[in-house]
Design a protein around this ligand. Structure first.
Ligand code: ZN
Length: 47
């Protein structure tokens, strides 16, 4: 299972529609809102 780094929601990688590959890692999101938020503030959500 994947985790939305923005809101913390647990997601199924197979059904998650929103994803970004960044620095070789794939991040999944529950919604386009979380995806946009992540894009704007990547450093805030990546440890
Ligand atoms: Zn989310």
């Amino acid at each position: 299972m994947a985790r939305d780094p923005v809101c913390g929601m647990v997601l199924d990688e197979n059904t998650a529609k929103y994803k970004i590959t960044y620095q070789g890692e794939t991040f999944h999101f529950c919604s386009v809102v979380c995806k946009k938020r992540f894009k704007r503030r990547k450093t805030k959500y990546i440890k």
